[in-house]
Design a protein around this ligand. Structure first.
Ligand code: NAP
Length: 493
């Protein structure tokens, strides 16, 4: 690793000069360096020069200047000749203010024989692949490293999370300052862990919607959520595997808990398609290709079942439910647990004793299984209502419950638990799985949905005079139990 400065850099991606200037001001507060993406500016070449001259006089930030052609991810149609013209005629006052100038690899090669207008110590030699992370990355990187440019930058598209391994190899094998990252959601961990593994710089956008490349988190997230500045190669790594994973609330909860507990660790979203390859290349200590301190993972849709064949131990509840939502890495082994039961049942236990209670479980999917397991343990009298009665029957047979079709639900129970997505934001918000009039004599209605906090079902229940419980307590409860499995303590202990 090099003794070097490391930077969180915000790219400025406004096209209108006034807004570009404002964004520079805001970014200087939030970042160590700002990247002036001159290719975004809606000005002709002379206009850009004049604008950059004024900006470099006003700004006190460390500046990186980039003028990217469209075929390499930029916003302008630019030939190599156009780019040469830009750099060759850039006012000296601007050049003097730059900390770094980004030259695409072909531009660097075009100057290789002579002296570029910006001295080589300020040149970042960059190469991008927006389609994939190619197999010949190391040889390309070697050729780029052999140029006189001070820094090498490689950015490729991660089509699968295991592509990140190649990016980390680049960072770790670098003999000069390096920027290497994988674009897209599966590549997110390269952006978060880059600095801790020796990269010179990582990019964060000024705000959501202002990204200069796919998968770029905001600079605020890098600094405050993932705390990239505080991480080292020894930091504990946790994460959630699933797909899609971009909207998971788990990173917010677990990173907050890690910070509150004063632990040197970070929790990442892992977008995983191929669970077998992910476990082999990144998780199992005996086979993984990345030397990192991975300690545990949350597991969500669609991997709660498919992870099971990879585990060396599965606890009793997870085995009976047939789903694992938590993995703990103990030595060389992977251990699986299910914290959904405890997460779902504890808030319910606080409100009602379900022993011998008449309970209607709506839905027969994954969370219904966890609920049925918890209810069976407590001796409740359960009927499962599902649109597909055969699914309800299969589940009922396992947990000594009864099965019925969803249409036949008419009330006459103590407790209703919704385990379907009906009413969920982005799915069917505003709808309810059962008619409002069927809730008249129900004591408590529990909806596992947490977004919105009050679903239509819960609104109907409140109107009918029932007690209500939403899904937020389960969400934090199951996460807290995961945290306890990894660290020995739950949230707020
Ligand atoms: P799942 O395994 O996909 O099961 C969903 C169940 O709902 C299935 O029985 C499905 O029936 C049924 N269903 C789906 N759409 C329906 C519709 N339009 N009409 C009638 N039935 C329908 O999902 P899950 O993991 O059990 O999760 C269910 C919901 O619980 C999630 O959407 C989420 O909001 C909530 N949840 C909350 C937490 C929390 O921490 N609070 C945790 C897990 C889940 P088919 O099998 O016929 O498709």
């Amino acid at each position: 690793m090099h003794e070097q400065q490391s930077y969180i850099c915000i790219p400025i991606t406004e096209s209108e000069p006034g807004r570009f200037l404002t964004a520079c001001g805001e970014a200087s507060e939030a970042a160590d360096m700002i990247e002036l993406r001159a290719d975004y500016l809606d000005l002709d070449m002379a206009g850009i020069f004049k604008f950059l001259e004024e900006l470099s006089l006003k700004s006190t930030a460390l500046l990186l200047l980039t003028f990217r052609p469209s075929e390499q991810g930029g916003m302008r149609q630019l030939s190599l000749g156009d780019r040469r013209q830009f750099w060759d005629h850039l006012p000296q006052a601007v050049i003097d203010r730059l900390t770094y100038a980004d030259f695409e690899f072909d531009l660097v090669e075009s100057y290789a024989e002579g002296q570029p207008p910006v001295s080589w110590e300020k040149v970042i030699c960059s190469w991008h692949d927006f389609e994939e992370t190619p197999g010949d990355l190391q040889s390309r990187f070697a050729r780029m490293s052999a140029t006189p440019a001070a820094v090498v930058k490689i950015a490729t598209k991660a089509n699968r999370i295991t592509d990140c391994v190649e990016i980390f190899r680049i960072i770790e094998s670098a003999r000069k300052p390096v920027i290497a990252l994988a674009m897209g959601m599966p590549g997110l961990m390269t952006r978060v862990l880059a600095l801790s593994r020796g990269a010179m710089l990582t990019f964060g956008s000024l705000r959501h919607g202002a990204e200069s490349a796919p998968g770029q988190p905001t600079a605020g997230e890098l600094r405050n959520l993932y705390r990239v500045r505080e991480l080292s190669p020894e930091s504990e790594i946790y994460g959630v595997i699933g797909k899609p994973i971009g909207h998971s609330r788990s990173p917010l909860m677990h990173n907050g808990a890690l910070r509150a507990a004063g632990r040197d660790g970070v929790y990442l979203p892992f977008e995983v398609d191929d669970i077998d390859r992910f476990v082999e290349d990144l998780v199992r200590p005996a086979t993984r290709k990345l030397d990192w301190n991975l300690r545990g993972m949350s597991v969500t849709i669609p991997h709660k079942l498919s992870i099971m064949k990879h585990l060396d131990f599965i606890d009793e509840a997870a085995r009976r439910i047939g789903a694992v939502n938590t993995v703990v890495i103990r030595g060389v082994e992977l251990h699986g647990y299910n914290t959904d039961v405890i997460g779902a049942m504890r808030p319910l236990d606080d409100l009602i004793d379900v022993k011998d209670a008449m309970v209607a479980v709506i839905g027969a999917g994954g969370s219904a299984r966890a609920i049925c397991y918890g209810l069976a343990e407590r001796g409740a009298n359960v009927t499962i209502f599902a649109r597909d009665v055969r699914k309800a029957e299969t589940l009922a047979a396992e947990f000594k419950a009864r099965a019925a079709s969803l249409d036949s639900f008419s009330g006459s129970v103590d407790l209703v638990i919704n385990c379907t997505p009906i009413g969920m934001h982005g799915h069917s918000q505003g709808q309810s799985p059962i008619p409002a009039q069927s809730l008249k004599n129900v004591k408590l209605v529990y909806d596992l949905i947490y977004n919105p906090e009050e679903t239509s079902l819960l609104k109907d229940a409140r109107t009918a005079g029932c007690r209500t419980l939403g899904g937020l307590a389960m969400l934090t409860g199951q996460a807290s139990e995961q945290f306890r499995l990894w660290t020995g303590k739950g949230f707020k202990e």
